[in-house]
Design a protein around this ligand. Structure first.
Ligand SMILES: Cc1ncc(COP(=O)(O)O)c(C=O)c1O
Length: 399
């Protein structure tokens, strides 16, 4: 056994910087402190009742057993129809795998394509799990720090410069957690023209597809990049669109070879996702879609308010066009003090705002940028107004 119990691969994982602050926020909440929680990563709405009813029906009718490892055929069929309806994409049911959340779908695909030593390009700021998944597969995450002046979007030049002979894949996220950026069809096409020549694989995380504002039309990477569709895996799920984070259903669509491999991994890990959640997801995807629009409209109102407020408080703040996060630049506060506490990092500011303003949010460090904080507006308008006022009062005291 040697003298080390824990496997080396775990040493490679980054300990979560957000845990300390999240833990502290929880303790404060539990002891009765009135915390406004801007750290949330899930919709604050309940799961729509038609979906809950479908789950109850599945239980009543005893659909409570193992399903196909890669997901119930009916659900994969509904996902295939969803791709055609919403994204103009054709996927057969054997080009789709249903997993325990989009996160497992992502992990399965990363494990399927990344060999030890392979480089995987990840534009930063990024979703916290991407680099860690790549490391778990033995790969090397190559973070490309995008520019705020470009709305945090990866440019074709930046992509080209990052590609080496060891590059295996690129992981993109649109709409993005944490920045809220949304790539347009033309922007994707420009990236695809680089990818086409360089023969790399793309993993496109599109879990926030339905939360998109300013009348934008969502562009899926696989649709805009149809000529290289075989080299793209699309990740999506029901968590964010239907307020179903706890049901744990996500999916991946890609060529058969990738899906077969993802299925192999899943079969030796969790097996198929919960049968009840799969029935609920079938209803989510194939039933009437009006709740999605209602939730989206509410998020857009909140985005409008929070953005207007944020630009008065922070020197730079990119306007998010999707998801439910805003990612203001906090550089002007770095090196300053509040009540004799010096702010040197995004975690310092986040902790200070927790103590002084009783507002919980996530330091940008978690997403690869120490010059930002992530504020989630997945909470009521009342909480948003109160929370932003509290942040304002605290920031005004920073000297
Ligand atoms: C960008 C992104 N991808 C994937 C996920 C994981 O989604 P799921 O809850 O379906 O596993 C999240 C959740 O926060 C996310 O923000």
């Amino acid at each position: 056994m040697g003298n080390k119990l824990i496997a080396n691969r775990i040493n490679e994982l980054t300990a979560s910087v957000t845990m300390k602050i999240a833990g502290k926020a929880l303790t404060m909440k539990a002891s009765g402190v009135d915390i406004i929680d801007f750290s949330v990563g899930e919709p604050d709405f309940p799961t729509p009742s038609r979906i809950k009813k479908a789950a109850l029906k599945a239980i009543d009718e005893n659909f409570t057993k193992y399903t196909f490892n890669s997901g119930m055929l009916e659900l994969r069929d509904a996902i295939s129809k969803k791709f055609l309806r919403d994204n103009n994409l054709e996927y057969d049911t054997d080009e789709i795998i249903v997993s325990n959340g989009a996160k497992q779908a992502l992990f399965n695909v990363v494990m399927s394509v990344v060999n030890p030593g392979d480089e995987v390009i990840i534009p930063g700021p990024y979703y916290v799990s991407y680099p860690e998944m790549v490391k778990l597969a033995g790969g090397k995450p190559v973070i490309v720090n995008t520019k705020e002046k470009n709305g945090f979007k990866l440019t074709p030049e930046e992509l080209k410069d990052a590609i080496t002979s060891s590059t295996k894949a690129l992981i993109v996220c649109t709409p993005s957690n944490p920045t809220g950026l949304v790539y347009t069809e033309d922007e994707i096409k420009a990236l695809v023209s680089v990818i086409e020549k360089e023969k790399i694989f793309v993993i496109s995380d599109e879990v926030y597809e339905k939360l998109i504002y300013d009348n934008l039309t969502f562009a899926s990477f696989a649709d805009a990049g149809k000529n290289i569709k075989d080299r793209i895996a699309v990740i999506n799920g029901v968590s964010k669109a239907y307020a179903m984070t706890g049901w744990r259903i996500g999916y991946a669509a890609a060529n058969k070879e990738i899906i077969k491999s993802a299925s192999k991994i899943q079969s030796h890990n969790t097996s198929g996702a919960s049968s009840i959640s799969q029935y609920a997801s079938l209803e989510a995807l194939s039933g009437p879609q009006n709740e999605v629009i209602i939730m989206r409209d509410e998020f857009e109102k909140r985005r409008d308010y929070i953005y207007q407020k944020a630009i008065t408080l922070f020197t730079d703040c990119v306007k998010p066009q999707g998801a439910f996060y805003i990612f203001p630049n906090i550089s002007s506060f770095i090196g300053k003090k509040l009540n004799n506490r010096q702010i040197l990092t995004s975690a310092d500011l986040a902790e200070l705002l927790l103590d002084e303003a009783k507002v919980a949010l996530v330091p940008g460090e978690a997403f690869g940028s120490d010059k930002h904080i992530r504020i989630s507006y997945s909470t009521s308008m009342e909480n948003i107004v109160e929370g932003m006022n509290r942040i304002q009062s605290a920031l005004e005291k920073i000297k």
